[in-house]
Design a protein. Structure first.
Length: 361
């Protein structure tokens, strides 16, 4: 039974050069689109009490505040529900932030990427570093006490010194959560068709990740997932729901969901979605084998790792027997925990290779 819902807002004022997400630079159908989301919710949401709600994109912060409120009111939310809203720094203003807080949004995720103004221009971001700092300041002034900032490492011309400067700026903001992602260029993105120069290589990117990990953990941020760090108690409940392999709703163009054992996604264009908001473009009932693979794959993303007893009971297997070859082959990359196994820092660096072997069993 889903306890979380994701709302995809696919509109952007311009497309970042690294972005391969489903997003569109055409704001005209915003109102029609938001009402289509409400229709999808009315017809597909079963009224469960939700513990988390997440507005992602695209750029949710270009949506008028009254339309956001109408969507939130469609759900039955737990008293202490986590409601996250992604905000672009150049959209920040006190009235908008106060409006979000008043309607129940209690967590902000600010899309910063880097504090280097030259790199921000290179990658097609619309904001500058001062706007990031100002957005955090305005969010605090409005009353937000749970603020996350996104950083990307491995960007064009970026160096380890540049990453250190980014972290210094982040730590000075006195926020509760940091998400850090290594640049990955997909063929659909602008950079995929026009490869940038001066990209850090894989070894340099790995050094950056390890450096970020060491600095943030030394400053009181706990890495609870491969790419996410939080002050104690400020882990993203919504994202943990994904990594714990629990079910969730996905509403909006190209949104993915998982309900009643079925993985599904919606139509990938705004026009098709508005035409048929209540029907999915694709749905697949997962087999027990696929559910087991997902439990392992998602579980190893978490710092806590996988719970062997949970897996054994849920799938009627003996995990350590079934996967003894993989555990032995990569013994230097695993750590034993009270509940099972987790990847150490070396394992995280090659996690795709290791996890592929679990999927081949």
């Amino acid at each position: 039974m889903p306890q979380s819902a994701y709302i995809h807002i696919p509109f952007c004022r311009s497309k970042c050069k690294y972005c391969s997400f489903v997003s569109f630079n055409k704001p005209e159908p915003i109102t029609a689109y938001m009402y289509s989301i409400m229709k999808e919710i009315s017809e597909n949401y079963s009224g469960e009490e939700l513990k988390t709600l997440y507005f992602g994109g695209g750029t949710p912060s270009i949506i008028p505040i009254d339309l956001i409120q109408k969507v939130i009111k469609k759900f039955r939310l737990a008293k202490n529900a986590e409601i996250t809203f992604e905000l672009n720094p150049d959209d920040s203003n006190p009235d908008y932030l106060t409006g979000l807080l008043n309607m129940g949004v209690n967590r902000l995720s600010i899309g910063s990427q880097t504090f280097d103004d030259n790199i921000l221009k290179l990658i097609g971001r619309r904001h500058n570093s001062n706007q990031i700092i100002n957005a955090v300041y305005e969010a605090k002034q409005a009353g937000f006490e749970n603020i996350s900032v996104d950083l990307i490492y491995g960007l064009p011309t970026q160096t380890l010194i540049g990453v250190k400067k980014d972290l210094d700026k982040v730590l000075n903001l006195d926020i509760q959560h940091v998400s850090t992602y290594g640049l990955k260029i997909e063929k659909e993105a602008f950079f995929g068709k026009n490869p940038p120069e001066n990209l850090p290589d894989e070894d340099e990117q790995a050094d950056m990740y390890e450096f970020i990990n060491n600095i943030l953990e030394s400053k009181g941020f706990l890495r609870y997932e491969i790419s996410n760090f939080a002050q104690s108690g400020f882990e993203s409940k919504h994202n943990l729901n994904y990594w714990n392999n629990n079910e969730y709703y996905g509403f909006g163009t190209a949104a993915h969901g998982y309900n009643n054992g079925i993985r599904y996604y919606n139509h990938g264009t705004i026009e098709k979605y508005i035409e048929k908001p209540s029907s999915h473009a694709f749905g697949k009932l997962l087999t027990e084998k696929e559910k087991l693979e997902e439990e392992i794959f998602l579980g190893f993303r978490k710092t806590s790792g996988i719970d062997v007893l949970r897996i054994n009971n849920r799938f009627n297997i003996d995990f350590e027997t079934k996967y003894s070859d993989v555990l032995e082959k990569y013994s230097d990359f695993f750590e034993k925990t009270p509940n099972g196994y987790k990847l150490n820092i070396k394992g995280i660096m090659v996690s795709n290779i290791i996890l592929a072997e679990f999927l081949e069993e």
